[in-house]
Ligand binder design. Structure first.
Ligand code: PRP
Ligand code: ORO
Length: 214
């Protein structure tokens, strides 16, 4: 694990974004840990979060034309990433996001911001079973755009629809790279070294046995 990844996990734990307990996921799985990006809930957190995303994206050297943050949590993340790419990497990128409900007055439609076209960098918080990413891909395809890549904070390294990981399935089905800041393996490594949080390790490992992909 690199220093910036350790810093990111410590930041997420400090803001209670990364918590341990019992949580029901979108997939119906019961998880001993949860990443709630909604708790990066003040200006300084969002500025810092944007810097982590922008650094991972700039490092990846994956080519893209527009950032797309699917509703809801993808919206502030894409916005913060666009600001950080400009402020810290000199990259002025267009970005857009969708509404979950279509607007039928004013400008109308489902999309807000830049045009969703060309190579899209899809930005979200976590991938578990991959459902949210597939839903977002329907929007990308419906607009005639292509997927350039996917950028997330946490790869939970779980099975998708079959035996492959959700991310391996996304890479196979959409032919694009998934970039993450940290993965479950990094969280496990962090827990091993942390006296206060090491007690959560057995349950997290048990969960990985059941749903994880090595
Ligand atoms: O890989 P998956 O199994 O789909 O699970 C992960 C997704 O679930 C959550 O989104 P949710 O649909 O709860 O939307 P939100 O952003 O509105 O909270 C989370 O923000 C991820 O996008
Ligand atoms: O799978 C999910 O629903 C999920 C997992 C997680 O860690 N965080 C989140 O917001 N959703």
């Amino acid at each position: 694990m690199k220093d910036y990844q350790r810093d990111f996990i410590a930041f997420a734990i400090d803001r209670q974004v990364l918590r341990f307990g019992e949580f029901t996921l979108k997939s119906g799985r019961t998880s001993p840990y949860f990443f709630n990006a909604g708790l990066f809930n003040k200006g300084s957190d969002l500025a810092k979060l944007g810097r982590f995303y922008a650094a991972a994206l700039a490092d990846s050297e994956v080519d893209f034309d527009v950032l797309f943050g699917p509703a809801y949590k993808g919206i502030p993340i894409a916005t913060a990433t666009a600001v950080a790419l400009f402020d810290h990497h000199g990259i002025d990128t267009p970005y857009c996001f969708n509404r979950k409900e279509k607007k039928d007055h004013g400008e109308g439609g489902n999309l807000v911001g830049a045009e969703l076209s060309g190579k899209v960098m899809l930005v979200d918080d976590v991938i578990t079973a991959g459902t949210a990413i597939r839903e977002a891909m329907d929007i990308v395809k419906a607009n005639g755009a292509d997927l350039g890549g996917v950028l997330i904070a946490l790869d939970r390294q779980e099975k998708g629809q079959g035996e492959l990981s959700a991310i391996q399935e996304v890479e196979r089905d959409f032919g694009a790279k998934v970039i993450n800041i940290v993965s479950l393996n990094d969280i496990i490594e962090f827990l091993k070294d942390d006296a206060e949080f090491a007690e959560h390790l057995p349950k997290v490992k048990q969960y990985r046995e059941k749903y994880g992909v090595q």
